[in-house]
Design a protein around this ligand. Structure first.
Ligand code: NAD
Length: 300
């Protein structure tokens, strides 16, 4: 059965170009009413224009879809959600996608480079989601996607600001997932890889052309569908590959009243990932420590 979105309303932030544009177009094709949000500025988060959002709305409408533009910066999530409510009367899906880069080595990073990145990526996702949340709770339905990056997971030279904000989004989304659980609000995080205005700065043009944003779109469309049952997870797409990333905890070593030297000497076991386990919930991780605490004195 095709994944349809008839009767659903989505906000896609930063949908005037790159990945967001493809999400908006594909959702509209599948019957979703879409708020195409884009500030229309440059990739460094300066300037603004209405043309980027307008162009995507025109594209959707000419294909028979339903969409309205919104030109507010994502920091003003209440205005973006108001656009959805005023035009379509509800909000079911929020795709936090808008993004900028302010790449510079940590030594040379200015306060503005740090603040702007957090303002757009983290404060933006917070602000839009915060404004949509009461509607989603009330209707007991919502699908939220936050956009992270492999720069968050692995670190990235010249991107301390960006990788920190992108990792913050994973924590944000994971906690939203817990708070939204009983209201059928699912929040998950995406790590995309695609050629775009952002990646043009770090990839050769052939790669930018080959890594089509459209390769990421199917995963995002599925992630915001009502049949998508995952919550608080991290998914990845790029180049036609789809997967997930998870945290694993090593079996580790218990050393009661350890000295630094004993930790050093047990390092092989501390870091051995043989038999490492995926932890689903913070309670699982804590319970394990509580059990060890209860067994103090019985070293393994
Ligand atoms: P892009 O530059 O093509 O798209 C980002 C869009 O966000 C732009 O259209 C821009 O105008 C808009 N935008 C910027 N600031 C905004 C603001 N304050 N309010 C509203 N809109 C704003 O880049 P993209 O590659 O399509 O990136 C989309 C998202 O995916 C970003 O969050 C980016 O960090 C993330 N990401 C992309 C890649 C990749 O390989 N392309 C990898 C990891 C993460």
């Amino acid at each position: 059965m095709a994944l349809r979105f008839d009767g659903r309303v989505a906000i896609v932030t930063g949908a005037g170009g790159g990945l967001g544009r493809t999400y908006a177009i594909e959702l509209a094709k599948r019957g979703c009413k879409v708020v195409v949000n884009d500030l229309g500025g440059d990739r460094h988060g300066t300037s603004a224009s209405t043309s980027m959002a307008d162009k995507v709305v025109a594209e959707i409408k000419s294909a028979g879809g339903v969409a309205v533009p919104n030109y507010d910066s994502v920091e003003f999530g209440d205005k973006i959600v108001k656009t959805a409510i005023d035009n379509f009367g509800r909000i079911d899906i929020v795709i936090n996608n808008a993004g900028i880069l302010r790449d510079v080595s940590f030594l040379n990073m200015k306060e503005l480079d740090w603040d702007l990145i957090f303002k757009v990526h983290m404060k933006g996702a917070y602000s839009v989601t915060k404004a949509a949340w009461p509607y989603m709770r009330e209707q007991k339905y919502g699908r939220i996607v936050c956009t992270s990056s492999n720069a968050a997971v692995f670190g990235s030279f010249g991107q301390t600001n960006y990788s920190a904000a992108k990792h913050a989004l994973i924590g944000f989304s994971n906690s939203l997932a817990l708070e939204g659980e009983k209201y059928n609000i699912k929040a998950n995080t995406l790590i995309p890889t695609a050629g775009s205005r952002l990646t043009q700065t770090v990839m050769p043009q052939e790669l930018v052309d080959a890594l089509k944003p459209e390769y990421v779109t199917p995963l995002v469309v599925y992630m915001v569908h009502e049949t998508f049952d995952e919550n608080g997870k991290l998914f990845e797409a790029g180049a036609g590959w789809y997967g997930t990333q998870q945290y694993y905890r090593s079996a580790g070593k218990v050393i009661t009243n350890a000295t630094a030297e004993q930790v050093r000497d047990g390092w092989k076991q501390v870091t051995d990932m043989t038999g490492a386990r995926h932890m689903n919930k913070i309670a699982e991780a804590t319970q394990e420590l509580m059990a060890i605490l209860a067994n103090h004195g019985e070293e393994t």
